[in-house]
Design a protein around this ligand. Structure first.
Ligand SMILES: C[S@@+](CC[C@H](N)C(=O)[O-])C[C@H]1O[C@@H](n2cnc3c(N)ncnc32)[C@H](O)[C@@H]1O
Length: 212
Protein backbone atom coordinates (compact mmCIF):
# COMPACT_ATOMS: atom_id res chain seq x y z
CA UNK A 1 0.00 0.00 0.00
CA UNK A 2 1.31 3.50 -0.85
CA UNK A 3 1.75 6.02 1.98
CA UNK A 4 -1.00 8.19 0.50
CA UNK A 5 -3.46 5.29 0.41
CA UNK A 6 -2.55 4.36 3.98
CA UNK A 7 -3.05 7.98 5.02
CA UNK A 8 -6.43 8.20 3.28
CA UNK A 9 -7.61 4.94 4.83
CA UNK A 10 -6.47 6.10 8.25
CA UNK A 11 -8.38 9.39 7.80
CA UNK A 12 -11.48 7.48 6.65
CA UNK A 13 -11.30 5.23 9.76
CA UNK A 14 -11.04 8.30 12.01
CA UNK A 15 -14.00 9.93 10.25
CA UNK A 16 -16.06 6.79 10.88
CA UNK A 17 -15.13 6.43 14.55
CA UNK A 18 -16.76 8.26 17.48
CA UNK A 19 -15.35 11.80 17.71
CA UNK A 20 -13.37 13.23 20.60
CA UNK A 21 -15.08 15.79 22.82
CA UNK A 22 -13.91 19.43 22.93
CA UNK A 23 -11.47 18.98 25.86
CA UNK A 24 -9.80 15.89 24.34
CA UNK A 25 -9.32 17.77 21.06
CA UNK A 26 -7.91 20.74 22.99
CA UNK A 27 -5.51 18.44 24.85
CA UNK A 28 -4.35 16.82 21.61
CA UNK A 29 -3.74 20.25 20.02
CA UNK A 30 -1.96 21.46 23.17
CA UNK A 31 0.30 18.39 23.12
CA UNK A 32 1.28 18.82 19.45
CA UNK A 33 1.95 22.54 19.98
CA UNK A 34 3.91 22.33 23.24
CA UNK A 35 5.58 18.95 23.79
CA UNK A 36 9.04 17.93 22.52
CA UNK A 37 7.86 14.44 21.54
CA UNK A 38 4.13 14.97 20.81
CA UNK A 39 3.83 11.74 18.81
CA UNK A 40 3.82 9.87 22.15
CA UNK A 41 0.13 10.80 22.43
CA UNK A 42 -2.04 7.82 21.52
CA UNK A 43 -4.85 9.64 19.67
CA UNK A 44 -8.50 9.12 18.75
CA UNK A 45 -8.30 5.60 17.28
CA UNK A 46 -6.49 4.14 20.31
CA UNK A 47 -8.67 6.18 22.66
CA UNK A 48 -11.90 4.89 21.14
CA UNK A 49 -10.50 1.32 21.08
CA UNK A 50 -9.88 1.63 24.84
CA UNK A 51 -13.40 3.02 25.32
CA UNK A 52 -14.85 0.11 23.32
CA UNK A 53 -13.15 -2.48 25.54
CA UNK A 54 -14.24 -0.61 28.68
CA UNK A 55 -17.87 -0.68 27.49
CA UNK A 56 -17.66 -4.37 26.52
CA UNK A 57 -16.29 -5.60 29.84
CA UNK A 58 -17.98 -2.86 31.93
CA UNK A 59 -14.60 -1.89 33.40
CA UNK A 60 -14.69 0.24 36.55
CA UNK A 61 -11.10 0.18 37.86
CA UNK A 62 -8.23 0.70 35.44
CA UNK A 63 -4.48 1.02 35.83
CA UNK A 64 -2.44 2.90 33.22
CA UNK A 65 1.35 2.85 32.80
CA UNK A 66 2.47 6.09 31.09
CA UNK A 67 0.28 9.19 31.56
CA UNK A 68 2.15 11.72 29.37
CA UNK A 69 -0.22 14.73 28.97
CA UNK A 70 -3.20 12.68 30.17
CA UNK A 71 -4.98 12.02 26.87
CA UNK A 72 -5.58 8.25 27.18
CA UNK A 73 -6.45 8.56 30.89
CA UNK A 74 -9.13 11.15 30.02
CA UNK A 75 -10.45 8.94 27.22
CA UNK A 76 -10.82 6.04 29.67
CA UNK A 77 -12.26 8.24 32.44
CA UNK A 78 -15.03 9.32 30.07
CA UNK A 79 -16.14 5.68 29.51
CA UNK A 80 -16.08 4.29 33.08
CA UNK A 81 -19.00 4.78 35.50
CA UNK A 82 -19.18 7.76 37.91
CA UNK A 83 -17.68 5.81 40.82
CA UNK A 84 -14.96 4.26 38.59
CA UNK A 85 -11.21 4.83 39.09
CA UNK A 86 -8.22 5.31 36.83
CA UNK A 87 -4.78 4.94 38.44
CA UNK A 88 -2.17 6.30 36.06
CA UNK A 89 1.63 6.15 36.54
CA UNK A 90 4.03 8.84 35.29
CA UNK A 91 7.75 9.35 35.88
CA UNK A 92 8.10 12.98 34.80
CA UNK A 93 6.75 15.76 37.03
CA UNK A 94 6.27 18.05 34.04
CA UNK A 95 3.95 15.58 32.33
CA UNK A 96 2.06 14.85 35.55
CA UNK A 97 1.47 18.60 36.00
CA UNK A 98 0.20 19.07 32.44
CA UNK A 99 -2.10 16.06 32.81
CA UNK A 100 -3.42 17.34 36.15
CA UNK A 101 -4.20 20.76 34.65
CA UNK A 102 -6.40 19.09 32.02
CA UNK A 103 -7.98 16.64 34.49
CA UNK A 104 -9.01 19.66 36.59
CA UNK A 105 -10.88 21.09 33.59
CA UNK A 106 -12.75 17.82 32.91
CA UNK A 107 -16.08 16.54 34.30
CA UNK A 108 -14.36 13.13 34.54
CA UNK A 109 -11.03 14.27 36.05
CA UNK A 110 -11.99 13.38 39.62
CA UNK A 111 -11.91 9.69 38.68
CA UNK A 112 -8.18 9.88 37.92
CA UNK A 113 -5.29 9.48 40.41
CA UNK A 114 -1.75 10.16 39.17
CA UNK A 115 1.03 8.07 40.77
CA UNK A 116 4.25 10.01 40.24
CA UNK A 117 7.59 8.16 40.03
CA UNK A 118 8.90 4.98 38.37
CA UNK A 119 5.86 2.94 37.35
CA UNK A 120 7.25 -0.39 38.58
CA UNK A 121 7.36 1.06 42.12
CA UNK A 122 3.87 2.57 41.84
CA UNK A 123 2.44 -0.71 40.53
CA UNK A 124 3.81 -2.47 43.64
CA UNK A 125 1.55 -0.27 45.82
CA UNK A 126 -1.66 -1.25 43.99
CA UNK A 127 -3.85 -4.13 45.19
CA UNK A 128 -3.57 -7.47 43.39
CA UNK A 129 -6.75 -8.65 41.64
CA UNK A 130 -8.43 -5.28 42.13
CA UNK A 131 -8.52 -4.00 38.53
CA UNK A 132 -10.64 -4.74 35.46
CA UNK A 133 -8.19 -3.43 32.90
CA UNK A 134 -4.63 -2.20 32.37
CA UNK A 135 -3.21 0.01 29.60
CA UNK A 136 0.58 -0.20 29.15
CA UNK A 137 2.13 2.71 27.23
CA UNK A 138 5.44 3.76 28.85
CA UNK A 139 9.18 3.01 28.44
CA UNK A 140 9.60 -0.01 26.19
CA UNK A 141 12.51 -1.56 28.15
CA UNK A 142 10.19 -2.41 31.05
CA UNK A 143 7.23 -3.68 29.02
CA UNK A 144 7.59 -7.32 30.06
CA UNK A 145 7.77 -6.40 33.75
CA UNK A 146 4.77 -4.09 33.37
CA UNK A 147 2.84 -6.92 31.70
CA UNK A 148 3.75 -9.43 34.45
CA UNK A 149 2.73 -7.03 37.25
CA UNK A 150 -0.47 -5.89 35.50
CA UNK A 151 -1.48 -9.52 34.99
CA UNK A 152 -1.37 -9.85 38.79
CA UNK A 153 -3.34 -6.63 39.28
CA UNK A 154 -6.28 -7.52 37.05
CA UNK A 155 -9.10 -9.94 37.88
CA UNK A 156 -9.99 -13.07 35.89
CA UNK A 157 -11.67 -11.93 32.68
CA UNK A 158 -9.84 -8.61 32.98
CA UNK A 159 -7.98 -7.14 30.03
CA UNK A 160 -4.46 -5.80 29.40
CA UNK A 161 -3.81 -3.62 26.37
CA UNK A 162 -0.22 -2.83 25.36
CA UNK A 163 0.43 0.01 22.90
CA UNK A 164 3.25 0.20 20.34
CA UNK A 165 3.59 -3.56 19.97
CA UNK A 166 4.56 -3.14 16.29
CA UNK A 167 7.02 -0.27 16.92
CA UNK A 168 6.70 0.89 13.30
CA UNK A 169 7.26 -2.69 12.15
CA UNK A 170 10.75 -3.02 13.68
CA UNK A 171 9.64 -5.93 15.92
CA UNK A 172 9.67 -8.18 12.84
CA UNK A 173 13.46 -7.92 12.62
CA UNK A 174 14.51 -6.18 15.86
CA UNK A 175 17.90 -4.44 15.92
CA UNK A 176 17.76 -1.87 18.74
CA UNK A 177 17.06 -2.34 22.47
CA UNK A 178 13.45 -1.10 22.42
CA UNK A 179 12.52 -3.25 19.43
CA UNK A 180 14.15 -6.28 21.06
CA UNK A 181 12.30 -5.66 24.32
CA UNK A 182 8.95 -5.31 22.54
CA UNK A 183 9.64 -8.47 20.50
CA UNK A 184 10.52 -10.35 23.71
CA UNK A 185 7.25 -9.12 25.30
CA UNK A 186 5.20 -10.14 22.25
CA UNK A 187 6.81 -13.59 22.16
CA UNK A 188 6.29 -14.04 25.92
CA UNK A 189 2.60 -13.15 25.67
CA UNK A 190 2.15 -15.46 22.69
CA UNK A 191 3.39 -18.38 24.86
CA UNK A 192 1.54 -17.29 28.01
CA UNK A 193 -1.28 -19.79 28.61
CA UNK A 194 -2.80 -17.52 31.29
CA UNK A 195 -4.18 -15.19 28.61
CA UNK A 196 -6.09 -15.16 25.33
CA UNK A 197 -4.28 -12.62 23.13
CA UNK A 198 -4.69 -10.84 19.84
CA UNK A 199 -2.42 -8.23 18.19
CA UNK A 200 -4.42 -5.56 16.36
CA UNK A 201 -2.60 -3.57 13.66
CA UNK A 202 -4.27 -0.36 14.84
CA UNK A 203 -1.87 2.62 14.65
CA UNK A 204 1.43 1.25 16.08
CA UNK A 205 0.01 -2.11 17.22
CA UNK A 206 -2.34 -2.81 20.12
CA UNK A 207 -1.91 -6.17 21.90
CA UNK A 208 -5.10 -7.24 23.67
CA UNK A 209 -4.77 -9.88 26.41
CA UNK A 210 -7.75 -11.36 28.26
CA UNK A 211 -6.89 -13.07 31.56
CA UNK A 212 -8.34 -16.60 31.70
C1 LIG B 1 3.90 7.12 25.18
S1 LIG B 1 3.82 8.19 26.51
C2 LIG B 1 2.21 7.87 27.16
C3 LIG B 1 1.11 8.38 26.29
C4 LIG B 1 -0.25 8.39 26.91
N1 LIG B 1 -0.64 7.07 27.36
C5 LIG B 1 -1.25 8.91 25.91
O1 LIG B 1 -1.94 8.12 25.30
O2 LIG B 1 -1.28 10.11 25.68
C6 LIG B 1 4.89 7.41 27.68
C7 LIG B 1 4.97 8.11 29.03
O3 LIG B 1 5.62 7.21 29.93
C8 LIG B 1 6.42 7.96 30.80
N2 LIG B 1 7.45 7.07 31.38
C9 LIG B 1 8.64 6.67 30.82
N3 LIG B 1 9.29 5.86 31.66
C10 LIG B 1 8.52 5.71 32.76
C11 LIG B 1 8.65 5.00 33.98
N4 LIG B 1 9.73 4.23 34.24
N5 LIG B 1 7.66 5.10 34.89
C12 LIG B 1 6.56 5.84 34.64
N6 LIG B 1 6.37 6.55 33.50
C13 LIG B 1 7.33 6.49 32.57
C14 LIG B 1 6.99 9.06 29.92
O4 LIG B 1 7.46 10.15 30.70
C15 LIG B 1 5.80 9.39 29.04
O5 LIG B 1 5.06 10.46 29.57
Amino acid sequence: MTDLLTENIHRYCKEHTASDNRLLSELEQYTWANEDVPQMISGQMVGKFLQSIIRMIVAQKIVEVGTFTGYSALQMAEAIPLHGEIHTCELMKKHAETARSFFDKSDYGKKITIHEGPALKSLETLQVGNFDMAFIDADKSNYLDYYKRCLMLIREGGVIILDNMLWSGSVVDPNDDDSKSLRKTGDYIQEDTRVFNMLFPIRDGLMLCIKK
